[in-house]
Design a protein. Structure first.
Length: 86
């Protein structure tokens, strides 16, 4: 695990956070040579596309379910607009 001083963290916090997010490894912050804080990622980075595949499956299932509904021959919004015109 990488270490950095509190002073370095004050000046480069966004870089440290980006590194933690990208690598998934934490950073230990030290004060006067003693470990005081650990920066850890909330969730480890995922490099696989399983979420994308699941999303595509959900869309496909939704489209199949909607395919069973009867199609409207007219657009009700357009009909209501036409009724309001003189």
């Amino acid at each position: 695990m990488k270490t950095a001083t509190i002073r370095e963290a004050q000046h480069h916090l966004s870089k440290l956070v980006d590194e933690v997010i990208e690598t998934g490894n934490g950073v230990v912050l030290t004060r006067r040579g003693k470990q005081v804080v650990k920066l850890l990622p909330v969730q480890a980075p995922t490099s696989d596309s399983s979420d994308l595949m699941n999303w595509n499956d959900a869309i496909r299932e939704r489209n199949e379910a909607l395919g069973d509904l009867p199609q409207l021959k007219r657009n009700p919004v357009l009909e209501m607009r036409e009724e309001e015109r003189y």
